[in-house]
Design a protein around this ligand. Structure first.
Ligand code: S3P
Length: 163
């Protein structure tokens, strides 16, 4: 079976929804940030500080190539991963891609942003980043999810589209 891939802004609930989906469907859940941290032995903030964003983005692409050879996973992606065309193509190759399109102001207010290097410039910059990314998330997505009353409701919506 194809992967189920969740994309969207940092803090929008990808990891939480991926964990719930994994439980409901009995499928293995992976998180690209966690995989990169495990593969490099370094945290995301450490990687950004020591090596810079471009280095991290190359690691994401390598990981997409690896995931394109596998099947049947629930994949929570880092928020910037779908920005590269190659990554979008690799995700679509063997995945059904869901964009969790949640209001960026609400994400910024309710999410924990301390450990996210690209969320340190305040709410306006965060909303602007969302505006710039939205067309690329749209391109990457097979389905757009806009139901965020609870993580369970979000997952119900994803399941409806799968069925
Ligand atoms: C990023 C999102 C983060 C992480 C890195 C960059 C981004 O993942 O990959 O800090 O560019 O949006 P989350 O979406 O899990 O926070």
């Amino acid at each position: 079976m194809k992967h189920i891939v969740l994309i969207g802004m940092m803090g929008c609930g990808k990891s939480t929804c991926a964990a719930l989906l994994g439980k409901r469907l009995g499928r293995t859940v992976v998180d690209t940030d966690t995989m990169i941290e495990e593969q490099t032995g370094r945290s995301i903030p450490e990687l950004f500080a020591a090596e810079g964003e471009a280095y991290f983005r190359d690691l994401e692409t390598q990981l997409c190539r690896q995931l394109a050879e596998e099947q049947n996973l629930i994949v929570a992606t880092g928020g910037g991963l779908p920005l590269r065309e190659e990554n979008r193509e690799l995700l679509k190759k063997n995945g059904i891609v869901f964009w969790l399109k949640r209001d960026p102001e609400e994400i910024y207010q309710t999410g924990s942003m301390e450990h996210r290097p690209l969320a340190q410039q305040g709410p306006e910059a965060f909303v602007e980043r969302f505006r710039q990314r939205a067309p690329l998330y749209e391109l990457a997505a097979d389905y757009v999810i806009e139901q965020f009353s609870t993580p369970e409701a979000t997952v119900d919506e994803i399941m409806k589209n799968l069925n």
